[in-house]
Design a protein around this ligand. Structure first.
Ligand SMILES: [Zn+2]
Length: 275
């Protein structure tokens, strides 16, 4: 499932290929996504307009066009947004095809159909649209600090890992990234947020930013592959220190890495290094 780093790398890889390009035609080939594609609005808001910017909010990609319109895309579980030659054969599960002046096609494929694509007014989109209003802070822009993280957790008592993954407070920290961040910060995943001091919040904020930036950097080495659709979906091969390494030696102390279940999700940690 694409996570924040994958979407950010996709944004960076598409940006130079899309900015300034005019959308000639929008074709909805198969509207059945999580939210059915609205052919009329997509055409009305996008056709004939040039692309002026690509932004990201959480795992949504926002493609801004002239005249106060934005195409919003979420890749769901299995979506791929790629640029193909305009004459390329239509592929299976190609839901949306956007022909660009100059002869290329931006296409959204989504075999499992959990994705979302819609067009809306740019003004007020992030502030008022129901997809965005409840989203928490972006971890990278600007980089999260320890005091902000402590404030976001303020008043809570639950386990820190559950807090990190709560998109209503902080977006983009999925299971793997939360697990790795807690290892880097030396914090036990089950520790209550009420029992974390300022210094440890600072370390944790730095770890979250560091893990996400590393994933973007490592994924960024395959930028063009992403826009061409040949890049591998799913998690980048960040050097995972503990995730999935139940029973293996801890890279820091040599002790044994353990697994525990939290809210039905696997968490991996070193009982000696994480307190
Ligand atoms: Zn250890």
């Amino acid at each position: 499932m694409p996570e924040l780093p994958e979407v950010e790398v996709l944004r960076r890889s598409l940006e130079p290929r899309l900015i300034g390009r005019r959308i000639e035609r929008v074709e909805v080939r198969s509207p059945a996504l999580r939210e059915p594609l609205d052919r009329r609005t997509l055409r009305r808001r996008l056709e004939g307009r040039a692309i002026v910017g690509l932004r990201r909010r959480s795992k949504y990609l926002l493609i801004d066009v002239e005249g106060d319109s934005t195409l919003v895309v979420h890749l769901g579980m299995s979506g791929r947004l790629t640029v193909a030659p305009s004459g390329a054969p239509v592929e299976a599960h190609e839901h949306l095809a956007i022909d660009l002046a100059g002869g290329e096609r931006l296409r959204l494929r989504d075999p499992r159909r959990f994705g979302v694509a819609f067009a809306a007014a740019t003004a007020g989109l992030l502030e008022r649209d129901p997809h965005f209003v409840r989203l928490g802070r972006e971890p990278l822009s600007p980089p999260l600090t320890g005091s902000e993280l402590a404030a976001l957790a303020g008043g809570g008592r639950g386990p820190v890992k559950t807090f990190l993954m709560d998109a209503g407070r902080l977006v983009g920290v999925g299971n793997i990234y939360a697990t790795e961040s807690l290892f880097r910060a030396g914090i036990h995943p089950a520790r209550s947020v009420a029992r974390i001091g300022a210094g440890r919040w600072e370390r944790l904020a730095g770890a979250v930013v560091g893990v996400l930036e590393q994933a973007i950097r490592e994924g960024g080495t395959t930028l063009n592959d992403f826009a061409d659709g040949t890049g591998q979906p799913g998690y980048f091969q960040v050097s995972l220190a503990v995730y999935g390494r139940d029973g293996e030696p801890c890279p820091r102390c040599g002790g044994r890495i353990r697994r525990l279940l939290q809210s039905g999700r696997s968490t991996f940690y070193c009982p000696a290094c994480q307190r």
